[in-house]
Design a protein around this ligand. Structure first.
Ligand SMILES: *[C@@H]1O[C@H](CO)[C@@H](O)[C@H](O)[C@H]1NC(C)=O
Ligand SMILES: *[C@@H]1O[C@H](CO)[C@@H](O)[C@H](O)[C@H]1NC(C)=O
Ligand SMILES: *[C@@H]1O[C@H](CO)[C@@H](O)[C@H](O)[C@H]1NC(C)=O
Length: 514
């Protein structure tokens, strides 16, 4: 009897709590119709500039008030920016705001609110810390994450927790998809990530999902790239910037698939940017590329570009990355985690990370998408050093310690268990082959396409290339060599017997008619 009464009481209290929470939620929604929502930040041209973005229901001006924490009125600065009406977001908030804060001081914590003209238009207070030019820096890296993943609250908690992240890199395939349900999914995504994205610069590149017809404009409007126009332009979806000791190059690999008229444009830009970056390697020794589609991957899906002998992405980029000494390439697209050895043209250059003489590739696309997270397939070549053994959702943590030392970790999104970690030590930054200069393919993209057409798998079986199927995979060479040696030895040992057998055959044939 007593336990039943207790049960009733608890049930009553719970029901009341939920009721009041719902009421409270409704009141705030009604009270603040034009309260800024989905606040997120990203770096401007340098780490001393910050772009602040948000959305509202109604038209309003765009203002950010910010200060460094001492509460005297004089210390509050304000900056204004622009508002864009985005009718395509018909199921979400249609007024998008963007303000650029400039000339911020490095290594300083800034507090800010965003607001419009009206009284009910003030946001919560958020804060961010600008990176310092020296000292260790940590970055959170993942690709392929949407609203469906259970890991999202965990990653938000992690990003705003103990580890101080200089920025987050989301390597394309955002929200699945930004424009779905007439924008409702995009709105939901930016609400869910606000807690971290309003505090840590949220840097992005486009994936194939951002090129879908109904999501493309959402990507161009809801986000903004450093030093680029806003809304973004289809032919200008790439950028580079220095953070701490690193020159980050953030590209669109979609130009090679859905947007081919821009191939030459991005290739020219890359050569120019890498050329320039190599003149500043004293100050920014590390060059790291962020791309949606990988150059190397191990997956059973043979339709994926990265598994092909003449992958479009690899054909266009690998030589350039090698000749300009790109230290690391991060990508997503494959919903798995994989780390390669330093590699060039399928050839492993070293089975360690001490002064690598080639680019190291890391695929981290298993954060949380609408599809299944892939378990590791069998290695695509000798270059594959580690493949995630489980279907866990994971994110990466990149610690740039100093000019020579990088520490890379991969953790489970929900449990923070460590799945992989490596030191990468580079004491001789620069082009990997000093005796070479990079010469772009004289035939350009058309040449690459032609060569791919020439590639006919059936030819491989009778050609020598059969023996070198996985490029310079030494296990293949060794197998072929071993068999040759065994056959030769066999022949030498049983020379007499073999000759006898042959003679017998001839004798028999000759004597048959008799
Ligand atoms: C928003 O308001 C500003 C003035 O405050 C006005 O110039 C602008 O045209 C308005 N935009 C829309 C789409 O109504
Ligand atoms: C760079 O960082 C690593 C790891 O923290 C450290 O062992 C090394 O001594 C540092 N190098 C310099 C030059 O400070
Ligand atoms: C470096 O470049 C030279 C000249 O182009 C070439 O002969 C050599 O094989 C290259 N070395 C590597 C490791 O690619």
């Amino acid at each position: 009897m007593i336990s039943e009464i207790r049960f009733l009481c608890v049930a009553c209290i719970q029901a009341c709590t939920v009721f009041f929470l719902v009421i409270a939620d409704q009141t705030t929604q009604q009270g603040g119709l034009n309260v800024p929502k989905q606040v997120h930040i990203g770096f401007g041209k340098t780490t001393n500039d910050m772009i602040v973005m948000w959305s509202t229901v109604m038209n309003d001006s765009s203002v950010v008030e910010y200060h460094t924490g001492d509460n005297s009125v004089d210390s509050v600065s304000s900056a204004s920016g622009s508002t864009v009406y985005f009718p395509e977001n018909s199921n979400g908030l249609q007024y998008l705001h963007r303000v650029m804060l400039t000339n911020l001081r490095p290594g300083v914590k800034y507090f800010y609110n965003v607001r419009g003209e009206k009284r009910d238009s003030l946001s919560d207070q958020f804060s961010f810390t600008t990176p310092e030019s020296n000292g260790k820096q940590t970055f959170m890296i993942f690709g392929d994450m949407g609203t469906m993943t259970k890991s999202l609250p965990f990653i938000v908690y992690e990003a705003t927790g103990k580890t101080k992240y200089a920025s987050i890199f989301h390597l394309g395939d955002i929200a699945y998809d930004l424009g779905r349900e007439n924008g409702a999914v995009g709105d939901k995504f930016f609400s869910k990530v606000e807690r971290m994205a309003a505090r840590i610069p949220y840097m992005t590149i486009p994936g194939d999902h951002e090129m879908f017809q109904n999501s493309r404009n959402h990507y161009f409007h809801r986000l903004s790239n450093p030093g680029k126009d806003w809304p973004m332009q289809q032919e200008d979806l790439w950028y580079s910037m220095n953070i701490g000791k690193t020159h980050f190059i953030c590209i669109s690999t979609e130009v090679f698939f859905t947007n081919k008229q821009n191939i030459q444009k991005i290739m020219d830009w890359l050569v120019q940017d890498l050329e320039e970056a190599n003149t500043h390697r004293q100050k920014y020794p590390w060059i790291i590329v962020m791309a949606h589609r990988p150059l190397y991957c191990s997956t059973d899906d043979k339709n994926e570009d990265c598994t092909k002998a003449h992958s479009v992405v690899r054909t266009h980029l690998e030589d350039m990355f090698y000749f300009y000494g790109v230290d690391l390439v991060f990508s997503g697209h494959q919903h798995m985690y994989e780390r390669t050895w330093p590699v060039y043209k399928n050839r492993v250059l070293a089975y360690n990370y001490l002064d690598p003489r080639g680019t190291v590739h890391i695929v981290i696309g298993n954060m949380g998408n609408v599809y299944l997270t892939e378990k590791g397939s069998k290695p695509g070549g000798a270059w594959s050093s580690f493949i995630s053994p489980s279907e866990h959702e994971m994110y990466g943590r990149l610690h740039v310690h100093n000019n020579t030392h990088i520490y890379w970790e991969v953790l489970g999104a929900q449990d923070n268990d460590l799945y992989d970690s490596r030191w990468i030590i580079q004491r001789i930054h620069g082009p990997f082959n000093k005796s070479s200069i990079f010469i772009p393919d004289p035939l350009g993209a058309a040449g690459a396409a032609w060569r791919e057409q020439q590639e006919d798998d059936s030819n491989d079986i009778i050609s020598l290339r059969f023996f070198y199927m996985n490029g310079d995979d030494y296990s293949h060479r060794i197998t072929v060599l071993t068999f040759t040696v065994i056959i030769l030895l066999f022949g030498l040992c049983f020379k007499k017997k073999i000759l006898n057998v042959i003679r017998l055959c001839f004798v028999k044939q000759e004597s048959l008619p008799k």
